[in-house]
Write a protein that binds this ligand. Structure first.
Ligand code: ZN
Length: 249
């Protein structure tokens, strides 16, 4: 299983990274997890537009889903004709939401370009992966996921405030890909929206994760400060995500 960080910028893209997007590959199957602003551009360094087998959207905030419409354009208007539909696993309402990105009232062919699969807090399969999904602590319906293949596992927090469910999903996981939008030194942080780097580390410690990868950095924060903050609360391997980071497991 190979995890590639395509985009790790939180809330809006930065100069060095698109918004959230990750590529998970195993047995020749390519699953794209989240497609935030600008994701489709950098994604093409790692997978061709015709090589994507499925997409999973953790939630419908723009910085996690808006480039799915760009993928629809690229696949539908390809020089060789429309590419066959691929499945999109997403929370309820995703189809209508993505259609609105194009500013039209009808579905604009989106129902033909993708197979829409409504996510629930349950276990299911996507290609060679076993997916365990759970609700996170965020203002809109948001799924954290644990993805398992061949004895290796990755847990992705998506966006979340403090969450016991995230600890459950990430129990003894190999790689905990956890958001660290905030620094605990920032004043007036809202509750139940995002994690600080320290909270991400505390969640990974409680879960017994082997390797914590911090991600979803708001571009005005310094990721190295996030690393320093997390290091005080996590004893395992600690990595700061950047666009292009690849982890084999
Ligand atoms: Zn969000």
């Amino acid at each position: 299983m190979r995890l590639t960080v395509v985009g790790c910028a939180g809330s809006f893209p930065g100069p060095d990274s698109p918004s959230s997007c990750y590529l998970l590959e195993a047995d020749g199957f390519r699953l794209v997890i989240d497609m935030g602003h600008g994701a489709l551009g950098v994604l093409q360094r790692f997978a061709g537009i015709d090589e994507i087998d499925a997409v999973l959207l953790s939630h419908l905030h723009a910085d996690h889903c808006v480039d799915l419409y760009a993928l629809r354009v690229a696949r539908h208007y390809a020089p060789g004709g429309p590419m066959p539909p691929i499945p999109v696993y997403a929370p309820r309402g995703a189809l209508g939401r993505i259609a609105k990105v194009h500013g039209v009232d009808d579905l604009d062919g989106l129902d033909e370009c993708f197979y829409w699969r409504e996510m629930r807090a349950e276990s299911f399969g996507i290609g060679p992966f076993i997916v365990d999904a759970g609700h996170m602590n965020h203002p809109v319906e948001t799924f954290g996921v644990r993805l398992t293949h061949g004895g290796a596992s990755v847990a992705y927090s998506a966006d979340t405030g403090e969450s016991d469910e995230l600890v459950r999903l990430a129990r003894d996981v190999d790689v905990a890909l956890f958001e660290a939008s905030f620094l605990s030194s920032q004043p007036g942080l809202p509750a139940d929206v995002h994690l600080t780097a320290r909270q991400a580390a505390q969640h990974a410690s409680r879960a017994g994760a082997g390797h914590l990868v911090l991600t979803h950095f708001v571009p005005w924060n310094d990721p190295e400060q996030s690393r320093e903050e997390a290091a005080g609360s996590f004893d395992g391997k600690l990595t700061v995500a950047k666009s292009g980071l690849t982890i084999d497991l």
